[in-house]
Each structure stands twice: as C-alpha cells, then as structure tokens.
Ligand binder design. Structure first.
Ligand code: P6P
Length: 325
C-alpha cells in the first residue's frame, strides 16, 4: 500500500487498480511493459547526439516516411518489452508494415497498437516527442490474426501516451480514470503527479498547422478562422506534446482533411484512436470533422484520418462548421 506523504508509484497504482482485485492481471503487466520500454526510449532521447542515435536509417517506412534511427530503436524496444510481458497477443506499429503476432497462446491476450515515437521531425532539434498506445483485449478463445487488429476505437479498454519533454510524463486512461505519472530518472520509477485528469472547460489554445490554411475547403477554412479569432495558437508539431498541453491547460488540436490529404495526415489506429480515448475519458471529444473518431470501422492498419481533438464544446462547434451540421 502507498505510504502517507509518499507519491504513489505506477506499480502501486496498477496493483491497487487491478492486481489486488484479481481483475485484468495482464493489463497491469502490459502497462508496466510500456513504462519499462519508455524508460529505455527516454534514455536514448535524452542522450540523442551524444549517443549517436540521431539521423536517419535511409529507409522509408510503410508511411513512405524516412525512418529516423530513434524511430526504429523505439519500435524494437516496445515490441520486445510488450512481447515479453506474457500478456500481449499481437502488436500493430507505425514502423512495421504487418502486425506482429506474438508466439504462443497468450490466454488473456491484449492487442496493442502503437506509434513508438511520434514527432520524428523534432528529434534532431531537441523538441518534445512522444509514444502513443491503444490497448484492446482479444475475445476469449480468439486466435489473433491480422484482422484482429482492426478494432473500433470504442472497443479500447485502455490507452496511454508518454511525452518526452522537459520531464517525461506517462498518461494512462482507463474506463473510469485518466492519470498522469512523472518519471523520476534517479530511481527509474513513475510516480502519480496528475491524478484524475479532466480537460479544463476553458479553452485558451488552438493547435493547427496554419501553413495548411491555403489548401482547406471553405467550411474548414471558416472553422479554423473562428479558432484563430478566439484562441492563442500553440503548435509544437508533435501531436503528443500539443495534445498533452491542451489536455492539462485546455485547448483544441485540429489536423483536418485538406485538398491534398482528403483522408487526413494522422493515423487512425495508433494516434487518433488512443488519444481520442484519452480525450473522451477526460471529458473531451475526438472527431474527423464529420464523425466520432472512436466509432470509425477500420479497414486498414495504417489508414489515416482527419483529427479534431480536445475540449468537447470547441470540438463540437468546430465540427458543426466543418460539416455544416
Ligand atoms: P505537420 C509528426 O510527424 C506528426 O505525425 C504529428 O506528431 C504532428 O502533429 C504532425 O505530424 C505534424 O504535421 O504537417 O504540421 O508537420
């Protein structure tokens, strides 16, 4: 049990939430695997140029993007930690074209979809980046295959992200709580620092790439203009960093469809679904501009989506202008 005056650790939080009640024993192990992997990634991110881990692999991934060396390293770290947890049946990853089906019959298997390192363009310039995870549970007796990973976002049982910034913060969302943990690098342990996160009713910020304004359709251009008139712009160019600030301070993130990207830029399964789950559990909302993100029936592991994410009232008003509803 936590000691009075001492911060609750992630391990204690997980134990008090699940293990002591015999529920979702495996889910705790999955969360701890994510935490253990994030510590290894954080060490490399912090070392960066000193550890000669920057730059590109000169390969392109399924997204057609140049793979940063830290992208590949992070993907390998999380695949290893999740596979070794003993409770993950399959992994979908932005950096890996096909699903990783974990060997052996993982009884209460969880399915994890992840962006192991989001914000790659910021790695070499020491700007915050992050890791994103959506967690689904396979059906009892289900033999997982590629199709097992194409689950609606509203079937997630948990989601998490890690932001590697001025501090390293892991945010975990479950059906009844959103909780933030900060990494104590001296001990390697995460401790509760943001219990019971709810997105503030006030919305001071909007986050969008204003450089795209010239390629928006008229309704979307009008919607972004209304945000510009009312709020201050904050845009890091790392989805996790922009979302984390808006989650704690209030705000809306918008990467809408445009004439060059009719399906949007961001990925449904391992960016929009997990962060949409976090947002909704914190009282916020996530939409494509036309429909709720978590209601989308996926057709491809790496499919993209427009994303309007954050303060519920502002998302809804923005969506009504974009969709004309
Ligand atoms: P743009 C980073 O590459 C990323 O996938 C997200 O983290 C971020 O929100 C977005 O792309 C930035 O895209 O077109 O503004 O550079």
């Amino acid at each position: 049990m936590p000691v009075a005056g001492k911060r609750t650790t992630l391990q204690e939080y997980v134990a008090s939430k699940w293990e002591n009640k015999g529920q979702n024993l495996g889910l705790g192990a999955v969360i701890m695997a994510i935490a253990d992997g994030s510590r290894k990634v954080q060490e490399q991110v912090q070392q960066a140029s000193l550890a000669d881990v920057l730059g590109t692999t000169e390969e392109t991934n399924i997204q057609g993007e140049i793979v940063q060396r830290l992208d590949e390293a992070s993907s390998n770290i999380f695949v290893e930690m999740l596979s070794q947890s003993g409770h993950v049946a399959a992994i979908g990853c932005e950096e890996i074209e096909n699903p990783v089906i974990v060997e052996g019959n993982v009884a209460d298997g969880f399915i994890v979809l992840m962006d192991p390192l989001d914000g790659s363009s910021n790695i070499d310039v020491a700007v915050s980046i992050g890791s994103i995870f959506g967690i689904w549970q396979k059906s009892p007796g289900e033999t997982v295959n590629d199709a097992s990973l194409l689950r609606k976002g509203n079937e997630q049982i948990a989601a998490a992200y890690v932001v590697y910034g001025s501090s390293t913060v892991l945010v975990l969302a479950t059906k009844d709580n959103v909780c933030g943990f900060t990494l104590d690098v001296s001990t390697g342990s995460y401790a509760v620092t943001h219990p019971n996160i709810t997105i503030p009713a006030d919305c001071p910020y909007y986050s969008t790439n204003e450089g795209n304004s010239k390629v928006l359709d008229e309704p979307t251009k009008k919607a972004i203009g209304l945000l510009r008139d009312k709020y201050s712009q904050r845009y890091v160019g790392s989805l996790v960093a922009d979302f984390h600030r808006n989650l704690l301070k209030g705000g809306i993130f918008a990467y809408p469809a445009d004439i060059n990207r009719k399906s949007g830029r961001l990925r449904l399964m391992y960016e929009a679904n997990p962060l949409g789950f976090v947002a909704e559990q914190a009282g916020g909302a996530a939409s494509t501009g036309y429909e709720r993100i978590l209601d989308i029936t996926p057709t491809e592991l790496h499919q993209r989506t427009p994303l309007i994410l954050g303060n519920k009232d502002v998302v809804e008003s923005t969506v009504s202008v974009i969709s004309g509803s």
